[in-house]
Design a protein around this ligand. Structure first.
Ligand code: ADP
Length: 264
């Protein structure tokens, strides 16, 4: 950043010449910020009519209580609304994570209560499909993170581990202590991910099997939120998967806590 302008500096050299290229990226930055603000504002604006629609449908459900056919269509509309609500929430989270002047103050957080609050929200869906959770995290284990970001990343990973599991399957959440890093590993016994798709799964709206994701209420934004949130915390995400057997996603975080400013 030079005098309020964002300048990209590229340096190249060979034996005879040296080249220094300065590219003023300020207009591009402004455009990017406008785009991000637009997405965040539009998403917030969509919340109000959607909430009104939800109330109208609840009233309609009451009125049509004896009409099975009508109820069937009302339920379908309610499912679509739930999907749109999730999509709006995910878009808001993404634009927040992308905002350039986000300053985070990661601190030591107890890991187990965060995991327990996520699994307890998923318990009903998991129980219906006979899926069990196995949590290998000591109650004193702490990691260095921002609570909201860590919660968002873990929620999306554990949610996927349930969504893409087989009925009667297992979700295993394990903490592994490394020399300077902490790893939280979420493994499932589900459908797995074909190797050729793995490089793309963190892209926005990328789905291996669109119909399965939609059926499970997936927005296609979960893993891009995970990647962005973990990178904001100075960490990285790893994935190992075998088709038909299951997948393991790892969040690896640096242990040292400090202020992370993304206003570069
Ligand atoms: P979605 O909302 O569709 O789940 P995500 O961004 O969370 O979107 O994931 C992208 C795609 O990666 C999913 O549609 C799915 O095909 C695949 N995927 C993610 N997690 C898993 C998993 N644990 N097991 C198998 N496939 C997965």
């Amino acid at each position: 950043k030079i005098n309020d302008r964002y300048v990209q500096v590229i340096f190249g050299s060979d034996l005879d010449e040296k080249v220094l290229l300065l590219i003023d990226q300020t207009p591009m930055r402004k455009y990017e910020n406008l785009k991000k603000n637009f997405i965040a504002n539009a998403s917030h604006e969509l919340k109000t009519p959607l909430a009104a629609l939800k109330i109208s449908l609840e009233t309609l459900e009451d009125v049509c209580r004896r009409n099975e056919r009508a109820i069937k269509y009302i339920k379908k509309a309610q499912e679509r609304i739930e999907y749109m609500e999730q999509l709006i929430e995910d878009l808001i989270t993404l634009s927040l994570l992308e905002s350039t002047n986000l300053t985070l103050k990661p601190k030591k957080l107890k890991l187990l209560p965060i995991i327990n609050s996520i699994t307890s929200h998923l318990m009903e869906i998991a129980e219906k499909r006979g899926i069990t959770f196995s949590v290998n995290v000591d109650e004193n284990t702490e990691v260095c993170a921002d609570r909201k970001l860590l919660h968002a990343a873990l929620k999306n990973l554990i949610d996927n581990a349930v969504k893409y599991n087989r009925d009667g399957g297992r979700v295993e959440i394990t903490y592994i202590k490394h020399q300077n890093e902490d790893e939280v590993r979420v493994c499932d016994t589900g459908v797995g991910i074909p190797k050729s798709h793995i490089p793309f799964i963190f892209e926005r709206f990328y789905r291996v099997e669109k119909s399965r994701s939609r059926k499970m209420g997936g927005t296609g934004l979960g893993l891009s939120i995970v990647k962005l949130a973990v990178e904001k915390l100075g960490g990285k995400v790893r994935v190992e998967s075998e088709e038909g057997k299951g997948s393991c996603f790892s969040i690896i975080l640096p242990r040292r806590c400090g202020i992370i400013s993304t206003d570069d």
